[in-house]
Ligand binder design. Structure first.
Ligand code: DUC
Ligand code: ZN
Ligand code: ZN
Length: 471
């Protein structure tokens, strides 16, 4: 064996047990009471620690050009930051380059990622220019390992698509075994509210939130679910932030629609109280959907504990505060939309375990197993099983850490969690058998991360009887 992790407590989405883990050629080759090393085998003593699957973050925006600014992290700084946080796989959104096709955009994005990524990565295709030519390319994407297509129901005049496009893409996705992901906000309603606040001279960051209230998210969520139902397709709602949208997800499932739904770590901790800070501080928290009212995080915590929300991702969209967000100091409409969190994500969700709201197994399910299953990465990723990739995080549940930008590894110049004390943090991170983080030090190399050719969803799908009725 190349590596043995001894004396740890193994935690998967279902089980917790004491075992040693043996690694050979990048894969888990043994899980047993006691595995003995020979003199050439590397050993890690995980006594007093938890050994969990490396995190799977299925919602990141590395190396992404934007209308107002480009994201700060490329695949090097972004994946190093992910690794420091315990994440060993990401799925990044591949933007459709204006005037170019999906396959072409994919090749371009790959060429930027391949030489830099330090952990394994896959891609989702954003469909923002739904010409006939673009739509004709959808069926070719699964052959490239891209089995999920993302559409925006907001951002009028930019990436927003109409219902007709959403229906066509759902149809193509169903035909090709792919999954449609939607940013669910009613873009027309957002435009109306933004214009009306701007017309009254209301231009500070809090109006970003006030122009995107929960009903805007809930209406689009209900519509997306209804359209998926009509087409007989599965759908994945990204970044659910509030009870109103959550209710629409649950209602759809009760009707038998195959609705997957994620939330993001910031909705568990950040509320619209951030807009009470003086000056332009609120600009740091301009992400979409926006920070919600103070009663909402508890609802989101309960939903991830119950399983109504199945995945917690980061939606890492890193724009600098200085020279980025502050372009919109005098007008919230000019603030680049998104925030960093790729490194903080797992520690933020672990606080639910620290507080007794989540079991360690539920934590693993939310941050690794279910995302891997929904997006066709399982069982190579997302669990600890013989034959799976040796992507592991050795977690110290007893360490206390104060989050601060100076200790984090994204290229962005702030964290939304500055000064927050967390209990529990990753100590050693292993990717395909390579120790890439040890004692807070990155020991991997640029370009060692591999592109993952994804399969289709391996989680629950439509019940066979319902499927038969519709075809
Ligand atoms: N939606 C995302 O998913 N990410 C960044 C910005 C946005 O609106
Ligand atoms: Zn979005
Ligand atoms: Zn996003």
């Amino acid at each position: 064996m190349d590596l043995i992790i001894k004396n740890g407590t193994v935690v998967t989405a279902c089980d917790t047990f004491a075992a040693d883990i043996g690694v050979l050629n990048g894969r888990i080759s043994a899980i047993a009471d006691a595995i003995n090393a020979d003199s050439k085998t590397k050993m890690i003593d995980a006594s007093g620690h938890l050994v969990m699957p490396g995190g799977v973050d299925v919602h990141t925006h590395l190396d992404t050009p934007g209308l107002l600014a480009d994201t700060e992290d490329d695949f090097l700084s972004g994946t190093i930051a992910a690794a420091h946080g315990g994440t060993t796989t990401i799925i990044n959104f591949c933007p459709q380059i204006k005037g170019r096709g999906l396959l072409d955009s994919l090749a371009e994005h790959r060429s930027r990622a391949d030489p830099k990524a330090v952990i394994d990565f896959a891609l989702h295709a954003i469909v923002s220019d739904p010409s006939e030519r673009t739509l004709a390319e959808l069926s070719a994407l699964p052959g490239e390992g891209v089995t999920s297509f993302k559409l925006f129901m907001a951002y009028k005049g930019d990436t927003m698509v109409d219902d007709g496009t959403l229906i066509r893409v759902l149809h193509e996705a169903r035909a090709n075994g792919a999954l449609v992901m939607v940013h669910a906000e009613n873009g027309e309603a957002v435009e109306y509210l933004r214009d009306s606040f701007a017309g009254q001279g209301k231009l500070s960051p809090r109006y970003h939130a006030l122009s995107r209230p929960p009903r805007v998210e809930a209406e689009a969520t209900a519509r997306a679910v209804a359209l998926a139902e009509l087409v007989g397709a599965s759908i994945y709602i990204v970044h659910v932030s509030c009870s109103e949208a959550l209710e629409e997800v649950v209602r759809g499932r009760q009707r038998g629609v195959a609705v997957h739904a994620e939330t993001c770590a910031h909705y568990l901790h950040i509320t619209d109280a951030v807009f009470e800070a003086p000056g332009f501080e609120g600009g740091k928290y301009v992400f979409t959907p926006p920070p919600r009212a103070r009663h909402q995080p508890k609802i989101i915590w309960d939903a991830i504990a119950r399983g109504d929300l199945e995945v917690v991702s980061s939606d890492h969209a890193p724009y600098n505060f200085h020279g980025g967000k502050d372009i919109g100091r005098d007008d919230f409409r000019q603030i680049p939309n998104g925030a960093p969190g790729i490194e903080e994500r797992m520690m933020l969700v672990w606080q639910g375990v620290a507080n007794g709201d989540l079991s360690p197994n539920r934590f693993v399910d939310l941050v690794a197993t279910t995302p891997a299953r929904i997006f066709g990465l399982y069982p190579a990723k997302g669990t600890i099983a013989v034959g799976g990739d040796a992507d592991l995080v050795i977690w110290n549940p007893d360490v206390r850490r104060r989050l601060t930008q100076a200790d984090l590894h994204s290229a962005v110049d702030y964290t939304m969690f500055e000064g927050m004390e967390v209990l529990g943090a990753p100590e050693t991170v292993i990717s395909r058998g390579d120790i890439i983080i040890r004692g807070g030090v990155f020991t991997g190399a640029a370009g060692r991360g591999r592109y993952i050719h994804r399969g289709t969803a391996s989680s629950w799908s439509r019940p066979a009887k319902l499927e038969a009725q519709r075809s």
